[in-house]
Write a protein that binds this ligand. Sequence first.
Ligand code: GFB
Length: 378
Amino acid sequence: TKDETDPKGYVLFCPCMGRFGNQVDQFLGVLAFAKSLDRTLVLPNFIEFKHPETNMVPFEVLFQVGSIAKYTRVVTMQEFTKKIMPKVWPPEKRKGISLISVHLSIFKLFSAFCWTPRRAIYDKEAEPGCHAKEGNPFGPYWDHLGVTFVGDEYFGDIPGGFDLNQLGSRKKWDEKFSSEEFPVLAFSSAPAAFPSKGKVWNIQKYLRWSSRITEQAKKYIANHLQRPFVAVHLRNDADWVRVCEHIDVEKNRPLFASEQCLGEGHHLGKLTKEMCIPNKQQIVDQIVEKVGSIGAKSVFVASDKDHMIDEINEALKPYEIEAHRQELDDMYTSLAIMGRADLFIGNCVSTFSHIVKRERDHTGQTPRPSAFFGVHAA
Ligand code: GFB
């Protein structure tokens, strides 16, 4: 019941790396990790960077808790910090608290969990450790929860680390970090691979947009789009241009989400610049081609920078259809709209696009069509 705590313990973590696409990508791995450790996962706050602010967005604002609970045991952050944290914080762990913290009693103390000790970035004199609260978003994340760490614990010596598929690793975790001694495993960053492994992608089916976001997406589609519609994600801000400069076609190394279209280890082909940062002509040509292929009656565009609405509309004139964007591109609504499109064209390298691709692949009875810029059907 709601008032009981889980004797098997909890996994708590900071989605401290990257922005939303990265955070969701790692979240899938954390879900698999918590499930195989048989601990309750504390649903994270997602971290939104709206310079100069760093906002904490509770999981349930974006996604349905009931749906994720069908995959594994979870609690909301709110429930955890209000009801569970005060109970499972064992007395012997309080020893290290300075008097001031006890009197204020707003700080709950846990050990921080990280791979291996590292040097602090700012304080050159500090001993190596997790430094779980150093810098942004690390500090703000744990402060927001009222968590201060009394010590550090390392899991780097467990074979496989957070990859529990290795024989015996689950047992090693239980031996090293029993739930009696460590009711809460608090990870300074997501205990999951990045980029995510293909075997966790289908966990996306348990990630359902909250009713608020779904309603916004449906409303937008009803008011502005005509079905069938093609949705495109254009990732073209300056930071992305720099990412794409790293592509070496010969080496053909996976880059961020690139395995979503090239397969694990890129066994399906080579990663090209065009796939990462297609030029305007390539973008327009591919949109026109897909519009023709499904007889689309409208186009939806999401972008972090240049939506290319004028160029796309110019090219769509002969088809007498139009491209649309949200006046203010709200990223969550954009993702939900793209998820509901009749055909999606994404950016293969972008983890933001990968959210949409996974949703389209795994949340319906059968996968719905997705394509990628620069990937041309043979
Ligand atoms: O989500 P994200 O980790 O995916 O970061 P990538 C991209 C961010 O850009 C999103 C914004 O979280 C949004 O804040 N953004 C991207 C968008 N596309 C859109 C859009 O269509 N609409 C709106 N409103 N916002 C990479 C990372 O980003 O960026 C790497 O994988 C690296 O960590 C690189 O940092 C520079 O995978 O696209």
